[in-house]
Design a protein around this ligand. Sequence first.
Ligand code: URA
Ligand code: SF4
Length: 190
Amino acid sequence: MEKSWEQLEEACKGCRRCPLWQGRHHVVIDRGSRTSKIMLVGEGPGEQEDLQGKAFVGPAGQLLDKMLQAAGFSLEEVYIANIVKCRPPYNRDPQEEERQACLNYLRYQFALVRPKIVVCLGRIAALTLMDPNFRITRQHGQWMEKKGVLFVATYHPSALLRDESKKKEAWEDWKGIRDRYRAMEQEGKE
Ligand code: URA
Ligand code: SF4
């Protein structure tokens, strides 16, 4: 069957594939442009996201928006999603089985958006999408290509809220991401 956003939304709303459905107020699918060439992937909804049904709308999201804008992105040109779509209790890390259970939906989103650049926000997204042994402190900012798509990870904005000393490195990552994205846009025009 043809893939569609309606189909994805319906499937997620009724989903009980992992125990996280039990605590949710809303499934959180995304935020931003569904035709973007750059996709950011976080971990899972927090309290505000669960209440509002949108990705990255709480304190971490506010910091993310500030960094995106400082790097010269408009918030309308990026696409933002998460590894799991229901809030883990007390914002704990989503477990391996929960991540695997939810991953098909993210693949579906990926197929609809077809981004050229994927930015993993934090360790959980990076180890799920890039490398099961990913070390964020060592490997953030390093690019990897998979099937014609560029992947990179940077610190999760919540980690930056907890530890301001990481902000400088994160900012370097974001400048690199912005440069690659702009270069890619330029190539697209030529
Ligand atoms: N943290 C995440 O990983 N995702 C959100 O949507 C909000 C906070
Ligand atoms: Fe389904 Fe994902 Fe929610 Fe688990 S987190 S219930 S797999 S939508």
